[in-house]
Ligand binder design. Structure first.
Ligand code: AVJ
Length: 336
């Protein structure tokens, strides 16, 4: 069995270039062959998933977006002040995981109005999200200089490194929460190494709080988050010619208040076998077997300090929303 999987992995690697779709295929093979099974949350975001995530951001239970919007809308001046940018210096404003840009637009409008000189570089895994963002920005801020970049932000950091101007990196929306602590440490180290002295990062993170607030954000009344989680199965059906029965799986979110970690799972309702045609393989699921699909880590100051430990990044400022649910930390790169 193990041998079979390895042979299949090798065959797939040898016979195809590393296009995005074959990466998806490889990751599905790896995740569904593991015990316990897992799939990466980055695969939520196809066209359907992007639209569902926009719906999530507008749900009453999903406090994260409103809280960070509160900071960007009502503390814009403090935010820009913390960035220490000279109005005569051209800089790059790079957003990792830009999405629909709702919060960022508040900052962009302010910078534009105050005559700051900059290029906005939104980076996203979804070309579809980038196209939508570019269209709406061309309408709302016609003079804005904008250059979109599609890609996995881990890889895009390599390109960003070579940009010569001072940088402000926006990493908002608690997107870092989708990484476990080990991955987050590596990511922040890599990010730190792409920066020059006095470049800044605005890191938006969800703060640790009680289960009665956090859990509903991942288990809404309308079942939008459930659809979002199930979309990863639908996506395998669409792109990998799989035959997942979406009614045979449930959405199961958990939150551990002591650790501050929310996680999502898909749970098989029955014993079943699923066929994935492009892999030429079948996968068995026993009743109540889980597929881990997402981690949404919440933070506090000391967890953040731990994540930044081996980087040249220091916390310079911390802005919170009026309810103290969410924080945007301004980090300064202290060395070359
Ligand atoms: C976009 C990663 C911040 O973890 O809260 C929303 C994604 N998942 N509902 C999060 C998500 C389920 C979201 N992030």
């Amino acid at each position: 069995m193990i041998n079979n999987i390895e042979t299949s992995v090798k065959k797939t690697i040898n016979s195809e270039s590393k296009t995005f779709n074959s990466l998806f295929k490889m990751d599905v093979l790896k995740g569904l062959s593991s015990h316990p099974k897992f799939l990466s949350s980055k695969y939520f975001y196809d066209k359907k998933g992007d639209a569902l995530f926009v719906k999530i951001m507008n749900m009453p239970e999903y406090y994260l977006t409103n809280s960070e919007y509160d900071i960007f809308k009502n503390k814009t001046e403090a935010l820009v002040h913390g960035l220490d940018i000279n109005k005569n210096t051209d800089f790059d404003l790079i957003e990792l995981g830009a999405g629909d840009g709702m919060k960022t637009k508040e900052l962009l409008k302010y910078l534009d109005r105050e005559n700051y000189q900059f290029t906005f570089i939104p980076v996203d895994i979804s070309q579809n999200a980038l196209n939508n963002l570019e269209t709406s920005l061309n309408e709302e801020l016609p003079h804005l200089s904008i250059e979109t970049k599609q890609g996995d932000y881990f890889h895009v950091l390599e390109d960003i490194k070579t940009l010569p101007k001072p940088k402000v990196i926006l990493f908002l929306g608690s997107n870092i929460g989708n990484l476990n602590d080990d991955q987050a440490r590596k990511f922040m180290l890599k990010l730190s190494n792409t920066l020059h002295k006095n470049d800044k990062i605005v890191l938006g993170i969800d703060l640790i709080k009680s289960e009665d607030i956090v859990l509903p954000a991942y288990n809404d009344e309308q079942g939008i988050t459930k659809q979002f989680n199930l979309n990863i199965l639908a996506r395998m059906n669409r792109e990998l010619d799989a035959d997942f029965d979406l009614n045979a799986f449930t959405h199961s979110p958990k939150y551990n208040e002591e650790e501050g970690i929310a996680e999502s799972f898909l749970v098989s309702k029955i014993d079943q076998t699923v066929r994935i045609k492009v892999l030429d393989m079948t996968f068995n699921f026993y009743k109540n077997e889980t597929i881990h699909t997402e981690i949404s880590r919440k933070y506090n100051d000391s967890i953040l300090e731990h994540i930044l430990e081996h980087t040249d990044l220091n916390v310079k400022d911390k802005l919170t929303d009026s309810k103290n649910y969410f924080a945007d930390y301004i980090l300064n790169k202290s060395n070359h």
